[in-house]
Design a protein around this ligand. Structure first.
Ligand code: ADP
Length: 543
């Protein structure tokens, strides 16, 4: 027997319609290249998204066309997110920090018809445009003057494109499985791979992201996504904020600037922000240097790579800001797990709580997880046994975009994350490594993430990375690479002694190499692959 409920499609169009109807007064504040602090309300944002839909229609847009963006987090990018997706196009966000050859590959692979470009990326595209034959026009995200003499083919400014067009557009009734956005993984190995999101996946993901034990977003929050809008839909914050009517604050090109972030937090009374661990170092450094405060800020969601305890402590003890650890990936829209206290939290000792908080939390409803050994047998949830982490659910990628034979899930319907993890009896997941970064010493796995977190707790360490280096007896042993804090002279032996009693004896790195900087990927994560290449000539002392 079938239920007797109405059937409506789960689309971003419903998110936009809801926000326009019920949260029209909520504010969107942005830093942009042309306006230092732009301010308007959701009502206006969605009217302009409708103007954009008219403009794209006039340019001959057809359902399914890809609209590329190379843009910072700001109100115009938000308009493209909704305007393109709700008229049935695909908003293809491109990471401008990728190598030019990767951008070239991605735009051609996606066959973007238009590129919406922040003025800052005009020089990058000038050098690339002759290799991008599918791009019909470049739309410069700024006022009329921004496109003048910019040197890009058929360039038009965003504001000229929208000028005079109606603020209402008859949006098509889309099937919920229609594609709405596209994001390529940074492709640390091989070419980048496209993850094509559907309206349904993002609406369900948004519901899950909003739940109290997830991001717990409400209309009373002022949320500033420092995770870029060119990376996995800014962790779905723009959609979640629209659903609940939260004020949005966009830092534009000033995302890595501690002073700008502090000013925005203070002037806009930001309560919640989110981003990868490295972006917070700039903010914390600025606060430390100037003695400035962030009194309105209550929570920071940190994910994308392991969040060291030292970062959590700096936020919590010095600034009263709660840090919430999260894990996910581009292929998961991105949320997999979030760390929130359990019902028995208060009965746990301080160190027990810390041990749990450093894990990435428990899966949100909608994401199923398991860990398996190399033979595919499930590994016990004892918090100690490692296994390859697999996931499944309605917002997890089932195949990569236009990549033949790329079914991302195995025959059993699970997606292989490429991460190694433990799960404890409470269901808390701890990411111990990426499969390709695991260190295998004498056949046993050592978690490089655990070792990095330990090293980061030393006051003389600014950044740490641990890789496996070849060893004649053990096949591989951990090698610690460290960037010292300026002005602190910590020695190799001091650092190695610091591990005593904090990790198993046989996990302690065999050596330390001090470096001026560590290599990072385009999304700001440590690039272990580049580090391994750089250290390929390294030999442990005495071997
Ligand atoms: P890419 O780095 O290829 O662009 P993603 O941004 O999708 O891809 O990164 C996903 C990966 O980042 C995960 O598979 C995992 O290895 C790592 N990751 C994400 N969050 C965390 C976390 N909280 N702790 C440790 N690793 C994390």
């Amino acid at each position: 027997m079938l239920g007797l409920m109405m059937h409506s499609q789960l689309t971003l169009t419903t998110v936009m319609a809801h926000a326009r109807k019920f949260h029209g007064d909520a504010e969107v504040v942005s830093v942009t290249a042309d306006v230092p602090l732009h301010r308007y309300r959701y009502r206006e944002a969605f009217a302009r998204a409708a103007q954009l839909a008219h403009a794209l229609q006039a340019l001959g847009a057809r359902i399914g066309d890809r609209v590329g963006t190379l843009a910072w987090n700001d109100y115009r990018h938000l308009e493209v997110y909704f305007g393109a997706a709700c008229m049935g196009l695909v908003c293809h966000t491109i990471n401008p920090r990728l190598f030019p050859e990767q951008i070239d590959f991605i735009v051609n692979h996606a066959e973007d018809r238009w590129l919406f470009v922040d003025p800052a990326f005009i020089p990058l595209l000038r050098g690339l445009q002759d290799r991008l034959p599918t791009v019909e026009r470049f739309v410069i995200l700024g006022p009329a003057a921004a496109a003048e003499n910019c040197g890009l083919r058929d360039a038009v400014s965003y504001e000229s494109l929208l000028e005079g067009l109606p603020g209402h557009f008859d949006l098509p009734a889309l099937d919920e499985n229609t594609a709405c956005s596209l994001c390529y993984t940074s492709g640390t190995t091989g070419n980048p791979k496209g993850v094509l999101y559907s309206h349904r996946a993002l609406v369900l993901h948004t519901y899950a992201a909003l739940m109290p034990d997830s991001m717990n977003l409400s209309c009373r929050e002022v949320v500033m996504p420092v995770v870029p809008m060119f990376h996995v839909n800014a962790w779905s914050i723009p959609y979640g904020a629209a659903v609940v009517g939260a004020k949005l604050v966009f830092p534009g090109p000033r995302m890595g600037d501690g002073e700008a972030l502090q000013k925005l937090i203070e002037s806009e009374a930001v309560t919640l922000t989110a981003g990868v661990p490295t972006v917070w170092l700039a903010l914390l450094g600025y606060l430390e240097k100037t003695g400035k405060r962030v009194p309105s800020l209550k929570r920071v969601i940190v994910g994308g790579s392991a969040c060291p305890r030292s970062l959590m402590e700096a936020f919590e003890e010095r600034h009263g800001v709660h840090v919430q650890h999260a894990w996910g990936m581009t292929e998961m829209s991105p949320i997999g797990t979030l760390n929130s206290p359990t019902a028995d939290w208060d009965s746990l000792g301080a160190e027990e709580q810390w041990a749990l908080r450093l894990k990435v939390g428990r899966p949100v409803f909608g994401v199923d997880v398991k860990i398996v050994d190399p033979d595919g047998r499930e590994v016990a949830w004892d918090g100690e046994s490692f296994g390859s982490l697999k996931v499944r659910g309605p917002w997890i990628c089932s195949a990569y975009y236009r990549l033949d034979g790329s079914d991302a899930h195995a025959e059993d319907g699970w997606f292989e994350t490429g991460d190694v993890a433990t799960i404890d009896a409470r269901g808390f997941v701890a990411i111990t490594d990426r499969t390709k970064d695991v260190i295998k010493s004498g056949g046993e796995w050592i978690s490089s993430i655990d070792l990095e977190n330990t090293a980061m707790a030393h006051p003389g360490v600014a950044e740490a990375a641990v890789i496996g280096a070849a060893h004649p007896k053990w096949a591989e042993r951990p090698l610690l690479c460290v960037v010292r804090k300026p002005g602190v002279d910590v020695s190799r032996d001091e650092l190695l002694a610091f591990f005593d009693g904090k990790v198993a004896k046989w996990w302690i790195p065999d050596d330390v190499v001090f470096v001026d900087e560590l290599p990072h990927t385009a999304t700001g994560k440590l690039s272990k692959k580049d580090l391994r290449d750089r250290m390929s000539g390294y030999r442990f002392p005495g071997t």
